[in-house]
Ligand binder design. Structure first.
Ligand SMILES: Nc1ncnc2c1ncn2[C@@H]1O[C@H](COP(=O)(O)OP(=O)(O)OP(=O)(O)O)[C@@H](O)[C@H]1O
Length: 487
């Protein structure tokens, strides 16, 4: 039985989309429904208290404090010191994921945005690798921005251990040098695929896929598959982390893991409760611009603010508009080169940019401290997209706001996120709850192709025509003056 036959029962899974010869499925046992064993009442209490659900067999008990981790496992002193300086308590996902990883268990962990998933894998990895040896760990995230952020976090934790952490880039040395030069490589799938040769990854034991549901999506799956085929070492430990997980992707993910532990914190596919969420009707594109300017005037745009648009073209248009308003605004999208993107991220982090206009490029994983407000200037193309975008605010328990604009064109889709918002405690008018939900087909179409929108107008139309009229008038006046002179 292969994974595709498992998927036949009710879940729609596009076989062509995933191909039939992918390493993900070859490396592991066919998917079996896992029986969860009964845990001790104390363990159950801890899981209940922190809303941790688990699935799998022989699951390590959750650990409630950093102290307990450091007492029970071998950690470099400096790492313990760094943790002591930065954090007080473990987050729920860390309580359950860290002991699993320290016990070398395959893992799939789903926890809300901004709840410390990075540390869940970064910290145990330091203990497992401990000393420099050879390339043993691979951390993969979907974008360069996320890879850089993960790299920096690992660098901080591994300080003083001599572990060699490398962020892959076009300038990285030849792959044949990696195994002896590095212990951990952090990368995007694309960068790694371009560099691979047959032996590069044969010593890799720990494979971490961050934002794993996106990595299993169409654009990346072939690359991930190629990479996994090159990881030939026995007794690998594979881990997947994300805030969202779709059923089909989850099945594929489980199929590639061996006797995995599955951890879900809170409800699956939700936003954090510290986020105040609001939908604002703006009727049309001009209405959005007016609403945005109104928010500025009303003092609602307390920096740092992120504004999401659906394309780089629209990001550029909005940037021009807000720049004219003399706001400290920046923009980031995939059309910019790495150096430009790095500068913008840095300027936003240090507070030189107050409002950052962006596309979904930075919707996932990026941890900008203290974002107060996320504005979905363009309505997101999926619920998952919504969760990740608004998840850039309200991180690590902080309070924040998320405002989503919608126009007549978006109205058929708002029901998509209304239930999710209500579940997270937002006040939703009754009429919105009565709206028709888009069908699966409609959702899929929206995911593939965003709503067509008018351009974000640079000046109201009447101003343009007024300018044309004035120019014409001036020209005519000029003619008249000339004719007077001749007379
Ligand atoms: N135990 C902790 N206590 C307090 N803050 C923490 C703890 N662990 C991590 N953090 C902080 O929480 C923030 C969010 O962490 P992280 O980026 O790992 O979230 P995430 O769950 O991966 O989010 P996303 O799903 O958006 O990728 C970071 O600023 C991090 O430093």
């Amino acid at each position: 039985m292969d994974v595709f036959s498992i998927l036949k029962d009710g879940t729609s899974f596009d076989r062509k989309r995933f191909g039939s010869d992918i390493a993900l499925f070859k490396q592991s046992e066919p998917y079996k429904k896992i029986k969860t064993e009964v845990s001790s009442p104390q363990t159950e209490d801890v899981r209940k208290e922190f809303h941790i659900s688990v699935d799998g067999s022989d699951i390590p008990e959750p650990i409630k404090s950093f102290e307990e981790i450091f007492n029970n496992y071998n950690f470099p002193e400096n790492t313990q010191k760094v943790i002591g300086e930065l954090y007080e308590n473990l987050t729920p996902v860390q309580m359950q994921a860290i002991p699993c990883i320290l016990n070398k268990r395959d893992l799939i962990a789903i926890a809300p945005t901004g709840t410390g998933k990075t540390l869940s894998f970064a910290l145990p990895l330091i203990s497992l690798l401990r000393k420099p040896k050879r390339l043993r760990a691979l951390i993969i995230g979907p974008t360069k921005e996320l890879a850089r952020q993960l790299y920096k976090e690992i660098l901080v934790l591994s300080e003083g251990t001599n572990l060699r952490v490398h962020l892959l880039s076009k300038k990285s040395p030849e792959p044949k040098e990696w195994s002896s030069n590095y212990d951990i490589i952090v990368t995007t799938p694309l960068l790694l695929v371009h560099k691979l040769d047959s032996d590069t990854l044969k010593s890799v034991q720990y494979i971490i896929l961050d934002e794993s549901d996106q990595l299993f999506d169409m654009g990346y799956l072939d690359q991930i598959d190629t990479i996994l085929k090159k990881c030939t070492r026995k007794n690998q430990v594979k881990m997947m982390f994300s805030a969202t997980m779709l059923p089909t992707v989850e099945i594929v993910a489980k199929a590639m893991l061996i006797n995995p532990v599955k951890i879900i914190v809170g409800m699956k596919n939700t936003t954090v409760s510290t986020l105040e969420q609001k939908l604002t009707f703006c009727s049309n594109e001009l209405g959005k611009l007016i609403a945005l300017r109104q928010m500025v005037q009303d003092g609602e745009m307390v920096p740092p603010v992120l504004i999401f648009t659906q394309s780089k073209e629209r990001a550029k248009e909005l940037f021009r508009e807000l720049k004219n308003d003399n706001l400290r605004v920046g923009m980031i999208h995939a059309g910019m080169n790495d150096a430009q993107r790095d500068i913008v991220v840095k300027n936003f982090r240090v507070g030189n940019i107050w409002i950052l206009i962006c596309t979904d490029l930075i919707a996932r994983g990026i941890d900008f401290r203290g974002v107060n407000l996320v504005i979905n200037y363009d309505f997101p193309q999926s619920v998952v997209g919504y969760i990740h975008r608004v998840g850039r605010a309200g991180r690590a328990g902080r309070e924040a706001k998320a405002v989503t604009f919608y126009t007549f064109e978006d109205a058929p889709y708002i029901r998509m996120i209304v239930n999710l918002m209500k579940r997270s405690g937002a006040e939703i008018p009754e009429w919105m709850l009565q709206l028709r939900a888009p069908t699966r087909k409609e959702r899929r179409e929206l995911e593939k192709k965003p709503v067509r929108r008018e351009t974000i107008m640079r000046k109201p139309k009447f101003t343009r025509s007024l300018r044309r009229f004035m120019a014409k008038k001036k020209k005519n006046e000029g003619k008249n003056e000339n004719s007077t002179e001749i007379n």
